[in-house]
Design a protein around this ligand. Structure first.
Ligand code: ADP
Ligand code: MG
Length: 333
């Protein structure tokens, strides 16, 4: 658990980058910091490993104030991944990853074995081992960055816009892989992005920051979407893009109701709502990626269903939006 209590960062020039932040990052989950450029996401993230030191308040990791800990020791337990993977250009991929175990005092053979294992973990083919960073695509470099951050097996991983510089299709794959990795490794991940779609897809909880370094809302994605705290959050999470739309999206064409909850993808928050899938009442989180047929006896009657089918989710959302009825969209597969 990482706890921010009244944390403020005022830079020497007077800029307040983070203003009185209270927030608890839960262990073993993905917490996303999202917000417009310059709202204090990176500063908040970098305070966790003391790359930036707060000017007010306290941050504790596992109950211990980070300022009372040795910075090097603290950082060994916190992996860090940035946008441009930050690889050593003159070292091979394997050596880039092996650097961390070597620094930790492993012998060369063990360090290389560990690096090879991590390449596999992040989905890099073994033949990449001997290449140099410049010979890899942006997406592959990010995988190396993640492998290197995992090398010391830290319980906490900080990720600052790690996928922002790769193209959208690769980005989706990397997001999916991060979710898979998280399922396997159970790290505590703090993930920074300016992209609300990415935040909603990845976050177990999402902290929305506003300009001036103030936390606007901290909730599960479904709560942000269905109950935004104010107009800023409402518009930031997509009033203008329509996620607070209408009806229910599925691939089988049955109208199931006006759900006042928005749920996207297969990590939907349950938020107390359920639908009926294959005759069984299930939390919304189960209605995803072809898990079954959604029946019409869902909890709230009266909505419409839009078929995402093989087409684009965006088109289906647009169709859902133009309907005059409900307040929520749930997305099946
Ligand atoms: P984000 O990651 O959300 O884009 P940052 O945390 O990088 O935002 O920056 C928050 C604010 O703090 C911005 O206004 C930025 O210009 C300012 N800032 C960041 N670093 C410094 C610094 N070293 N000195 C002065 N101001 C800074
Ligand atoms: Mg930033």
């Amino acid at each position: 658990m990482i706890e921010f209590r009244g944390v403020t960062k005022r830079f020497p020039d007077g800029t307040v980058a983070v203003d009185d932040l209270d927030l608890v990052v839960e262990s073993g989950r993905i917490t996303v910091f999202v917000g417009p450029s310059g709202c204090g996401k990176t500063t908040s993230l970098r305070m966790i490993n003391r790359m930036i030191e707060p000017t007010g308040g306290t941050i504790s990791v596992e109950g211990k104030d980070i300022m009372s800990r040795d910075a090097a020791e603290l950082r060994r337990g916190i992996g860090y991944v940035i946008q441009q993977a930050g690889l050593f250009p003159h070292r091979t991929i394997l050596d880039n990853i092996a650097t961390v175990p070597l620094l930790l005092g492993w012998n060369k053979k063990q360090a290389r074995e560990r690096a090879a294992e991590l390449m596999d973990t992040v989905g890099l083919a073994a033949e990449m081992a001997k290449r140099y960073p410049a010979q890899l695509s942006g997406g592959q470099q990010q995988r190396v960055g993640v492998a290197r951050a995992l090398a010391a097996d830290p319980p906490v991983l900080l990720m600052d816009e790690p996928f922002s510089a790769v193209d959208p299709i690769v980005r989706e794959t990397l997001q999916d892989e991060l979710l898979r990795l998280q399922g396997e490794l159970g790290k505590t991940i703090v993930f920074v992005t300016h992209d609300i779609d990415e935040a909603i897809k990845l976050g177990d909880k999402v902290a929305v920051f506003r300009t001036g370094g103030k936390l606007a809302q901290y909730d599960e994605p479904g709560v942000l979407l269905s109950r935004p705290a104010d107009d800023f959050v409402d518009s930031f999470v997509g009033r203008d893009r329509g996620y607070r739309g209408l009806g229910f999206l599925s691939s089988d064409g049955l109208p199931i109701g006006d759900l006042p909850v928005v749920a996207v993808g297969d990590r939907m928050p349950t938020d107390g709502w359920a639908v009926v899938v294959d005759g069984e009442r299930r939390p919304l989180g189960w209605v995803a990626r072809g898990t079954g047929t959604v029946s019409e006896d869902a909890l709230v009657p009266g909505g419409s269903l839009y078929d995402a089918g093989a087409g684009s989710l965006r088109a289906a959302l647009d169709a859902a939006l133009s309907s005059p009825s409900g307040r929520g969209v749930a997305v099946d597969g």
